[in-house]
Design a protein. Structure first.
Length: 641
């Protein structure tokens, strides 16, 4: 058979071409890329894939961050554009590139660095300023993490930060550049101001009915009633379902019994220590010398020597030596194993033999024992009830979301079936606007862009059927329907004539003020005296409290310092026209330059560091083999029904 294939090789090639070519015609090369890619990956970096799950999670995190900054009005469609989705993917690719480079360089984060990073997390210190293990565990529990998972994630993130930190630390800024920037930014100017206001020209505005009608026609949308509707809506949320959860006393006590460890304070011990460091990579002779020194200090401490004074003089732990070696209260889990095993086997007042850890040799003196305590059920009952209701409501919401979505769709002529099934109240709004004005009294949930788009879609207006169940964040679904629609309508000219007159007069008075200001500017630049209305001399600066309108600051500074005094003019945001006589420019003193230099240098170095890291990251990307599967980037995650 193989001989036959070899003899007819050209014929077989032709047949294969006929079979393969139509596939390229119908699917294209990108289709083959997608076919050959792993089903759950949107990109690959050096053979390491970026999964679809990671990508979708990153999109959700980005949306949550936008909502934290901008509020619930953020439309999720902002991240549905190819540009936005590619930007999120680029961030994941950058992380993957750094992970690969860190692994290749065998970069690791020590336990001591990990501990110090945890200690820097806000809110983990008790009233005495010491680390509070209970607070730490509660914080992790609130995020659905345990200590091991969180510390692994933190170690990974810290490892990824080593390379950016190294790249940024190489940045520097020449002294001359810093000085030049200070000279520019800290320069002050003395000006006098003359403002021509629109109010002074209102009486000069000549108005005819023809002009008003033209203004009315040209600005129709300003004289319309907003499109709105009387609506009914249902809101299904985990919080609402939590109110429906009933828990028995047996359930609460059973949960308490099963989770007693969560409601107990572990035993804590207080100790002081003297540390004799052993540097990583130390040889046997160096380790032996450190051990002998630690043994001598242990003997000295036991011979009635003051342990605190000895620790201050001899301990090589910079964090505790100044406090006489005092480490405060700690749990077994918060210390390295060898140290914890020794400390928790001692009695108060005992002084240990040298205990070896990754840091060196410790001489430990146990100073106090604080027994563990169990919180009574009555003191934690309310917290347990809240926790169980939240858990059960979360499960119920996950199960109910699909049924709610299907029900409002399948019985789309009424919200009543869904309301009865999920024990919800149908609520109404008499006039919900299609484009709500800012600062309105409507609930934020009802002004969610996706809900408004569904509610005011042509089919929804015509059929008055339920909208789809719209997820508005925070485990909340909303479905609504129009009861009565009120289209936008142009108000008759006669009813808004006064408003048209006011707006037209304001527009014309601003135009006349600007024209008068421009004429006056030319006259002043030609040598005409300013006359009445000119302000006293003001000293202006780019920083600090503004002495002139912000619109005028840059024009004033653009006036050449070598050609002062001079006049500049600018249209201000309130419609006025400002005329500014720039009299004098004063450079900052040597004292000011010296005082401001550290701040400016720090900001410039930070900017340069960011640029250096960006360049470094770009170089890593250019060397890595990066493949993006474009069809999967723009493909949306499947919506839950």
């Amino acid at each position: 058979m193989f001989d036959s294939i070899r003899k007819h090789q050209r014929i077989l090639q032709f047949i294969l071409l006929l079979l393969i070519f139509p596939a390229f015609v119908f699917f294209g090369v990108s289709g083959y890329d997608s076919f050959l890619s792993d089903d759950d990956s949107v990109a690959k970096v050096g053979g390491v894939k970026v999964t679809r799950q990671e990508f979708d999670q990153a999109l959700r995190r980005q949306l949550d961050q936008l909502r934290q900054v901008l509020g619930d009005q953020v439309d999720a469609r902002m991240l549905d554009t190819p540009a936005a989705r590619n930007e999120v993917l680029d961030g994941l690719i950058s992380q993957r590139v750094l992970q690969i480079e860190s692994a290749e360089r065998h970069l690791v984060v020590s336990d001591s660095k990990l501990r110090s990073s945890i200690l820097e997390i806000p809110g983990l210190k008790g009233p005495d300023g010491r680390f509070d293990m209970e607070r730490y565990q509660m914080l992790l529990k609130a995020q659905g993490l345990n200590e091991g998972l969180f510390e692994n994630q933190l170690r990974r993130d810290l490892t990824m930060q080593i390379l950016p930190d190294a790249a940024s630390q190489s940045a520097f800024m020449p002294k001359a550049v810093v000085t030049r920037l200070i000279l520019v930014q800290e320069e002050t100017r003395e000006v006098r101001e003359l403002v021509i206001k629109p109010a002074d020209f209102i009486d000069k505005v000549k108005v005819s009915d023809e002009q008003l009608k033209k203004f009315y026609t040209d600005n129709t949308r300003e004289f319309e009633t907003r499109e709105s509707a009387k609506i009914e809506y249902l809101m299904l949320s985990a919080d609402e379902l939590a109110k429906q959860v009933a828990l028995s006393e047996d359930e609460l006590r059973g949960y308490y019994t099963q989770n007693k460890a969560r409601y107990a304070t572990p035993e804590q011990r207080q100790a002081s220590h003297i540390l004799i460091k052993v540097e990583p990579g130390a040889n046997d002779e160096q380790r032996k010398a450190a051990l002998e020194k630690a043994k001598a200090l242990a003997a000295q401490a036991r011979s009635a020597a003051e342990f605190a004074a000895l620790a201050k003089a001899q301990s090589q732990d910079p964090g505790s030596a100044a406090q006489g070696g005092d480490l405060g209260l700690f749990t077994r889990e918060s210390m390295v194993k060898s140290f914890a095993d020794a400390a928790f086997a001692m009695k108060v007042g005992d002084i240990s033999d040298p205990v070896e850890s990754e840091f060196g040799f410790h001489v430990i003196k146990l100073t106090a024992i604080q027994a563990g305590a169990e919180k009574p059920f009555e003191t934690v009952r309310a917290a347990i009830e809240t926790e169980l209701k939240r858990q059960q409501a979360g499960k119920r919401f996950t199960e109910a979301a699909e049924a709610f979505t299907n029900l409002v769709y399948e019985q789309s002529d009424s919200l009543k079936p869904a309301a009865e099934r999920f024990k919800l109240t149908i609520q109404t709004v008499d006039a919900l606007e299609r484009m709500p004005a800012g600062g309105g009294a409507q609930k934020p949930a009802l002004t969610h862009p996706k809900l408004l788009a569904a509610l005011f879609a042509p089919d929804s207006i015509k059929s008055k059927r339920n909208t789809e169940a719209v997820e508005i964040g925070g485990n909340t679904l909303v479905s609504a329907r129009i009861v009565e629609h009120f289209p936008a309508q142009k108000k008759p000219f006669e009813t808004v004539r006064a408003d048209v007159l006011t707006r037209f007069t304001a527009q014309e008075s601003r135009r006349l003020a600007r024209e008068a200001g421009e004429v006056r500017l030319k006259a002043l630049q030609g040598g005409e005296a300013a006359g009445a209305g000119l302000s006293e001399v003001r000293k202006v600066a780019r920083s600090g409290a503004p002495q002139i309108p912000p619109d005028a600051l840059e024009p004033v500074y653009r006036a050449p310092a070598a050609k002062l005094p001079s006049w500049v003019g600018v249209s201000l945001s309130d419609g006025s026209y400002g005329l500014y006589q720039v009299l004098k420019a004063t450079a900052p003193t040597a004292e000011t330059i010296a005082k401001q230099r550290p701040q400016y240098e720090s900001q410039l170095v930070q900017t340069a560091s960011q640029q250096d890291f960006t360049s470094y990251l770009d170089s890593l990307k250019s060397r890595a083999k990066i493949t993006k599967f474009e069809p999967k980037i723009t493909e949306k995650a499947q919506e839950p029904r």
